[in-house]
Write a protein that binds this ligand. Structure first.
Ligand code: C2E
Ligand code: MG
Ligand code: MG
Ligand code: MG
Length: 290
């Protein structure tokens, strides 16, 4: 209970409800120390075919394994990492570690097993002048083919100007794929899709929540189904792949499948797990397929 309370206090403080600037400076220093101390780890959430259940990719999600506070979720430190700029070295570590682990899986299971691995990338990283070189370096050092890497970006990140678009085109020209994360929650989704060299759109969880309810029974469910259908039709028309996020039960998976989604992600299909646990999952799938 003491541990619980300590964690809650720290979170409240870290969230900047009092003295935000001071809290940020303190948390920024903590994050720097944690990065140097190797306290960050990645977990991997399966991205799964809704047609045959196969794991076709993973999203890499960062965790802070704090020596006293235990596992801290990114929602609690990514915003501060972005404000303090610490996201640039942290994001570089995430990118390199994702590529290293993905190359190891490719070596163990063969090139057909994981088609894509996705780290999340913050807008601050896209503005870092070394970002493209960092991506190139992470690919070269790991040996991971560029087309296995799918960088997850949010619409708001991509919307910020001409310079970012140039960076995205450079990545695209290298063969790296780009996914629009949390799609549908940002501002100008439609015009964005034309200017932006995206390969994947990830339908935000907010459109998946309760989507299984009957349209007659719930106007909200009907509206979510309409958005989900429109997004998949738009993606198909533009030649983009889709992933439906946040699937928590089989009814949602079935509904999304009927609406035209072939790939999903969510607790029902697989929670984020350690690299070792994901390795075991891939091995089990390979045994079944053999
Ligand atoms: P995201 O990129 O949209 O990642 C999906 C989040 O939804 C993850 O939370 C995941 O665990 C959670 N999730 C997946 N399926 C379900 C589901 O069925 N139900 C529910 N309730 N949740 C589900 P997580 O790991 O806490 O990450 C939260 C956000 O933090 C991410 O959202 C992403 O924006 C950010 N983030 C995580 N890792 C990184 C990173 O390495 N770099 C950056 N810049 N941001 C990161
Ligand atoms: Mg993501
Ligand atoms: Mg997402
Ligand atoms: Mg999200």
């Amino acid at each position: 209970a003491a541990k619980q309370r300590g964690k809650a206090n720290w979170v409240r403080y870290a969230a900047g409800m009092e003295k935000p600037a001071q809290a940020d400076a303190q948390l920024g220093g903590e994050l720097r120390r944690a990065l140097d101390a190797g306290e960050f780890a990645l977990v991997y959430q399966p991205i799964v075919s809704l047609v045959d259940g196969r794991t076709i990719g993973v999203e890499a999600l960062v965790r802070w394994i704090h020596p006293e506070r235990g596992t801290v979720s990114p929602a609690e430190f990514i915003p501060a990492a972005e404000r303090t700029g610490l996201i640039v070295p942290l994001g570089r570590w995430v990118l390199r570690e994702t590529c290293r682990q993905a190359a190891a899986w490719t070596a163990e299971f063969g090139p057909d097993v994981l088609e894509k691995v996705g780290p999340n990338v913050s807008v601050r990283q896209l503005h870092d002048p070394d970002f493209v070189a960092d991506v190139r370096g992470a690919l070269a050092d790991s040996g991971l083919p560029a087309d296995r890497l799918v960088l997850e970006l949010t619409e708001s990140a991509v919307l910020r100007g001409h310079q970012v678009l140039k960076v995205l085109h450079e990545l695209h020209d290298m063969g790296v794929r780009l996914a629009l994360d949390d799609f549908g929650t940002g501002e100008s989704s439609l015009s964005l899709l034309r200017a932006f060299p995206a390969a994947v759109v990830k339908l935000d969880k907010s459109f998946v929540d309760n989507i299984e309810l009957d349209e007659e029974g719930s106007a909200a469910a009907g509206a979510r189904q309409a958005v989900a259908r429109a997004v998949v039709q738009l993606a198909d028309a533009l030649g983009l792949a889709t992933v439906a996020e946040g699937i928590e039960n089989q009814e949602q998976a079935d509904r999304l499948r009927r609406l035209g989604y072939t790939v999903g992600q969510g607790y029902h299909l697989g929670r984020p797990v350690s690299a070792a646990a994901l390795t075991a999952r891939l091995a089990a799938e390979q045994r079944v397929a053999a």
